[in-house]
Design a protein around this ligand. Structure first.
Ligand code: HEC
Length: 440
């Protein structure tokens, strides 16, 4: 070996020694774990979970998800990225998150047992935190067992070079199984200024489940009853969650569409209606059960655009106990006209059999149909063929929806020999009846 080779050999040995010392010296990445509330749409938010003033702990319950937000800061020496990957999936960069109680993924409706790494299964939404650190995962979880007092989440991260963080832990208190109750009901709107409820329920759809129907001509009121947890006897006051003013008990009432009414200024989708409408109304006490209705929200006159509006109602008491979330669906009809929308269905699918004077009764042919069905009794049951405003008392609707046997009727579902009417056709006829079956 000549001198040049010898020099090169020494340089290589020095570089290898430097590399070895770099592997042991750099500081590891760090991981932090925090819990946040989840909004009605299931998206994690920065809003804090309720705090139990007695224990000073965050509270979640079996109904409301919590967001597990993990912030990973790469090693300040190597800056090696840390990413959300299943441990052992190939890339050595890993995240492990465990819970010591079973947790449920509300989006996938899957339950994960304690001790299972939930990081790869839950919904990761990468983002960045302001200070240069990276938010690498937001997991949305619901502790499964509401009777367990505490749930602890732990997280650990390792970067691509295999440097591991310290373990980070956060504990939440699970709510007691005796939450307060919040119920929402929709009814016809009180006349402006009257201050009391009409008690008149909105028309209930026969077809399409339990939703109730309104139209631009029939405004509605949403009332919310809030009943304290009988065990705790905690007082419930109506306070906007966002402002947190006064008593920490809160009421959340949101709707998933914008409600437009220029007189009242309108309401945005997701906005908390509770604060805004509380001012109009007085608390009620049920004389029979002694239950106190401490909140009442009227959304009178705020008619959403045609479609379905869903109201979400939830209350959190001063102990941080959260009621089950109640959802109330409201179908808003664009209205249906007899000549424009209903008669064409009869003409196309019914009148070949139901015509006047020699066809099946009633005639559903253009020009003769209205007089033969509205307020007129048929042959099969003691019920009008069409009873304005009342689908459940309209035999024609039972014959086309397939519920005729439930009301004592017979024969077959209409249209005979043809496929049943589709959802749009059924709703068109039902809405026309609900809105009074006008001859328009
Ligand atoms: C192929 C012929 C045929 C067609 C098409 C047809 N029907 Fe009928 N419909 C009948 C017959 C036959 C009866 C009596 C036997 C029964 O109820 O199954 C009847 C009975 C009825 C009754 C009960 C009348 C009473 O007096 O109690 C109603 C209501 C009705 N049909 C509505 C409709 C509607 C609405 C359509 C269109 C969507 C329609 N039918 C399409 C043949 C038909």
């Amino acid at each position: 070996m000549n001198r040049q080779h010898l020099v090169l050999g020494v340089a290589l040995a020095t570089a290898a020694a430097a590399c070895r010392s770099d592997e042991t010296d750099p500081r590891p990445p760090t991981v932090s774990l925090s819990l946040g509330a989840v909004d009605v749409a299931g998206s994690p938010t920065t809003a804090a979970l309720p705090l139990n003033p007695a224990t000073g702990m965050l509270v979640v319950d079996s109904e409301s998800p919590c967001a597990v937000v993990i912030t990973a800061t790469p090693s300040p020496d190597t800056h090696d990225p840390v990413r959300l990957l299943h441990e052992g999936s190939g890339d050595p960069s890993t995240l492990a998150v465990y819970s010591d109680v079973p947790v449920r993924d509300p989006l996938a409706e899957v339950i994960y047992n304690r001790g299972v790494n939930i990081a790869p299964a839950f919904h990761a939404r990468p983002g960045s935190a302001g200070d240069g650190a990276e938010v690498i995962a937001v997991l949305v979880a619901v502790p499964q067992d509401a009777l367990t007092a505490l749930a602890t989440f732990t997280a650990r991260v390792a970067d691509a070079a295999g440097l591991g963080s310290e373990v980070e832990e956060t504990t939440v208190e699970l709510a007691t199984p005796f939450p307060p109750e919040a119920r929402g009901t929709l009814q016809a709107a009180p006349t402006p200024g009257a201050g009391a409820l009409t008690g008149v329920l909105l028309p209930q759809r026969l077809v399409g489940g339990h939703s109730v129907l309104t139209s631009p001509a029939t405004p509605f009121a949403l009332t919310v009853e809030v009943l304290p947890n009988p065990q705790s006897g905690l007082k419930l006051d109506l306070v906007d969650e966002a402002t947190g003013r006064g008593d920490p008990a809160t009421l959340l009432v949101t709707v998933d569409v914008a409600l437009g009414d220029p007189r009242q200024g309108g309401v945005d989708a997701g906005e908390n209606l509770a604060q805004r409408f509380n001012a109009d109304v007085a608390p009620l006490v049920d004389p029979v059960t002694g239950a106190t209705t401490v909140a009442f929200v009227a959304a009178a006159g705020l008619v959403p655009p045609p479609g379905t509006a869903t109201f979400t109602v939830r209350v959190v008491d001063v102990g941080g106990h959260r009621s089950l979330t109640t959802r109330v669906a409201l179908d808003v009809s664009a209205g249906a006209s007899f000549s424009r929308d209903v008669q064409p269905i009869f003409t196309g699918l019914c009148a070949q059999c139901h015509f006047s004077p020699y066809g099946m009764s009633p005639s559903l042919a253009q020009g003769t149909s209205y007089a033969q069905i509205v307020g007129v009794f048929g042959q099969q049951v003691a019920m009008p063929i069409v009873q304005p405003f009342t689908p459940s008392r309209s035999y024609l609707l039972h014959k086309i929806a397939g519920t005729f046997e439930d009301v004592g009727g017979g024969g077959v579902r209409m249209p005979r020999y043809l496929p049943p009417l589709n959802g749009v056709e059924l709703e068109t006829i039902e809405d026309w009846i609900l809105l009074g079956a006008p001859n328009d």
